[in-house]
Every structure is written in structure tokens, then in C-alpha cells.
Design a protein around this ligand. Structure first.
Ligand SMILES: *Cc1c(COP(=O)(O)O)cnc(C)c1O
Length: 412
């Protein structure tokens, strides 16, 4: 990346060719996955509602049955591939393209969209693992992972866990078929060294999947660092409006992508065309939202750190956060989630009640700020007063004032 934040991208040049032109993240996001312009057609074609497509003769060609393929997915899958790829264009052999079936310069060979982040996660795990295999999961990852663990174990797959911090999953990696990484972790915001984890795993023949939900592809690009899969819930910041559930898997090579695609067909956890289209439409503003949310999250974290009732404050963008040195090496934006702990459950509940600009709701990454007492779900190993705060796009001053006011009300 150049000092001004631009990158060399083989986007279309002025003459309509594909010569490299510089393009920043905003340009990439707003153009991601758009078809070539066609006179009288919209820039982003509307959702295609079809259970089946005209199919005379042999059952060949891209669009046959709606569970397998849909043109609205195709455009969204291309868009996500472009954002997960280092140079903005997926699937085109670049100067460093290594083996056949591997994509250009560490970009995805293929992205597949799913009905939810969990559908994408399950598709990756269950398409790659067999009875007798071993998988390493984070001990502090997304709260549904313990249920996934139970299911994997029931299928005869050995599951080992270790914390995200300190790259501790490497300590239990021996002989594993797949390493599952979540960085930054949700909700604890620990970070592990992706390059080190991936290189170590690959050296012993272990596949690596990274849950990229919290960072989004504008925050970090796991495939560029060598990962085999970048998997995410697009329900969160990627789509950012809290109105769509969606997930995706970007696969580094086409052989693993074929297995994931097969799993999607078997399990049928496909997104609706409307959801896929809304997601694609939302990508256009991803860079604007991500920059605003990330900047405000740092401002909020800095305001929170001055407060005596706040402990355990975490934000990877804070220069003295334990995760910051590694995060600064591998992330370009530090996300919109800030976590911290108030003295008790009662303090946390009163704080959430007193907020007026922050909704008490789960999930994160939306344009409207949300916060919740994470322990109410029971799953995460966090203190009773633990708050996960997702910073939206409100005016930073308003948000900080609202949060500090709510804290003030705890002491009166
Ligand atoms: C929300 C989330 C998921 C699950 O995604 P859904 O779209 O809710 O199914 C997976 N991983 C992380 C890190 C998440 O935050």
C-alpha cells in the first residue's frame, strides 16, 4: 500500500482495459462485483427471484436450479472475492500465481455465500473434516462454537481448544487437519499473529480458516496472509444495517471451494436473492462506514479509559492495548467493537438503561450503535459486568457524551 493509502489494482482503466490503476478501498468497495456496463441496464441489477431457470436440453451452464446458483449471488460473490483479494480482482492469475487451481496473488479462487455466518462456518468445517480428524478451535471464539464442538465430537472428530491470545492454539496443533482462528476474537478482542499461525500450520500440512467477521476484508485479508479460507458473518459490519443475515466463505483454491459448494447444496443453507442484493448494495458504503466506526471506536475507547468504574477496557486500536502490536502489523482498520467491564451486573444493566443513543441489542457492526451485557446469554467466559459496545456512525461527540452521561448516572 502506498503512503496515501492507495493500492495498485487491476481495475478497468480509462480505455476499458484491465491495466493496473491505483484504487483505494472506497473505490474498490463502491465498484465491487459490478457487471460490465450495458446500455439501459442498471449499475447493480436487481434481485433475481427464481427457483429454476429455463434449461432446454442438457443440464449444463451456470443457472439451472435456485438452490445451486443464482445470478444475484454471483455478483455478490464476485464483490466479496474482490474485497478479500489483495489487488481487487479475484480469480485472475497474477505474477505470483503459484499452482493451478490457486488464485492470483493470494486472492480467493471462489467465494460462496450462505444464509448466515453459522451456515458458512458449518459448511467450512463439515466439508473439510471427517471422523478421525482433529480440529483446533479458539477457546474464546463466537458463542455458538461450543455447540459446533459438540456436533463435531458426535461425528467422531477430535476437537482441541486454546485461547486466541499469545497464539496459544499453536500449542495444541500437532497432527490437526484444520486450524480455526478468530481474530480479533468476539467478544474478548484478543488478537493472534495470523502470519505466524498460518505458516506454522501449513508447515505441518494443516489447513487454516480465519473467521474474518470482526475485521471485515477492509480490516484484514487472511488469504493474502496465506489462509485457506476467510469465513465471515456478513450480518455484522460487512452489510452494516442490521437488516440482513448472511455469511460467506472465500476459498483460496478451487478444490476446497468445490467441497464447500457441495456442502451448500447438501445442506441447502442458501441466502434469499433479496438478502444477497441488499448485502451487495450495502457494500458500496463499507469503506465510509468502516472508517467512521473505527475512528469513533478509538475516540470512545479513549473516553472510557479515563473512567474509574471501567476495567478490562479492550480495543485493538488503542496503542497500549495488549493486542495492538500484532493488530497493527496485520490489520488496516481495528473494527467497531470496544469491550469493557463495569463493577457488577447491576452497574452494567443501569448503564445500558441510561444510554439514549445506544440500543441495548446483540450483534454488532451496524450503523446504529448497540451494546449489551454479554453474560446475559450465558455462553461467553466473561465477567457479569462485561459490556460489548458496537460503535455506529452517529456523531462522535454525541456518542461520547451519551456514554459518559450513562456512566455518570451509576455514581449518583
Ligand atoms: C455473528 C458471528 C457469527 C455468526 O454469524 P450469523 O450471521 O449470526 O450466523 C460467527 N462468527 C462471529 C465472530 C460472529 O460475530
Amino acid at each position: 500500500m502506498a503512503a496515501d493509502g492507495t493500492e495498485r489494482t487491476p481495475a478497468r482503466d480509462a480505455a476499458g482495459g484491465t491495466g493496473p490503476v491505483p484504487a483505494g478501498d472506497g473505490t474498490r468497495a463502491v465498484r465491487a462485483g459490478l457487471p460490465d456496463p450495458v446500455k439501459h441496464e442498471p449499475a447493480l441489477p436487481g434481485p433475481v427471484f427464481a427457483a429454476h431457470f429455463h434449461l432446454p436440453g442438457d443440464a449444463t451452464g451456470p443457472y439451472r436450479y435456485g438452490r445451486d446458483e443464482n445470478p444475484t449471488w454471483t455478483l455478490l460473490e464476485r464483490a466479496i472475492s474482490e474485497l478479500e483479494a489483495p489487488f481487487g480482482v479475484a480469480g485472475q492469475p497474477g505474477p505470483n500465481a503459484a499452482t493451478a487451481g490457486e488464485s492470483a496473488d493470494g486472492g480467493p479462487a471462489e467465494t460462496l455465500v450462505f444464509a448466515s455466518g453459522m451456515a458458512a462456518i458449518s459448511a467450512t468445517l463439515f466439508s473439510q473434516l471427517r471422523a478421525g480428524d482433529t480440529v483446533v478451535l479458539p477457546a474464546d471464539g463466537y458463542q455458538v462454537l461450543p455447540l459446533v464442538r459438540e456436533q463435531l465430537t458426535a461425528y467422531g472428530i477430535e476437537v482441541r481448544t486454546a485461547p486466541t491470545a499469545g497464539d496459544a492454539q499453536l500449542d495444541v496443533l500437532d497432527g490437526a487437519r484444520l486450524l480455526w482462528i478468530e481474530t480479533p476474537s468476539n467478544p474478548g478482542l484478543d488478537v493472534c499473529d495470523l502470519r505466524r499461525m498460518i505458516d506454522t500450520a501449513h508447515a505441518q500440512g494443516t489447513l487454516v480458516a480465519v473467521d474474518n467477521t470482526l475485521a471485515t476484508p477492509l480490516g484484514q485479508r487472511p488469504l493474502e496472509l496465506g489462509a485457506d479460507f476467510s469465513v465471515a458473518s456478513a450480518t455484522k459490519q460487512l452489510t452494516g444495517h442490521g437488516d440482513v443475515l448472511l455469511g460467506y466463505v472465500s476459498c483460496r483454491d478451487s478444490a476446497t471451494a468445490t467441497a464447500v459448494r457441495r456442502w451448500r447444496k447438501i445442506i441447502g443453507a442458501i441466502p434469499g436473492p433479496m438478502e444477497a442484493w441488499l448485502a451487495h448494495r450495502s457494500l458500496a458504503t463499507l469503506q465510509l462506514r468502516a472508517d467512521r466506526q473505527c475512528t469513533t471506536a478509538l475516540t470512545v475507547a479513549e473516553a472510557l479509559r479515563t473512567r474509574p468504574e471501567v476495567s478490562g477496557l479492550r480495543y485493538p486500536g488503542l496503542p497500549d492495548d495488549p493486542a495492538h502490536p500484532v493488530a497493527a502489523r496485520q490489520m488496516r482498520r481495528f473494527g467497531c467493537v470496544v469491550s469493557f467491564t463495569l463493577p457488577s451486573r447491576e452497574h452494567a444493566e443501569r448503564f445500558l438503561d441510561a444510554l439514549t443513543l445506544v440500543d441495548d441489542a446483540t450483534s454488532f457492526g451496524g450503523v446504529r450503535s448497540t451494546a449489551e451485557r454479554r453474560r446475559r446469554w450465558g455462553g461467553d467466559p466473561v465477567p457479569e459486568g462485561f459490556i460489548r459496545l458496537s460503535v455506529g456512525i452517529e456523531d462522535p461527540d454525541d456518542l461520547v457524551r451519551d456514554i459518559l452521561n450513562a456512566l455518570d448516572q451509576l455514581t449518583v
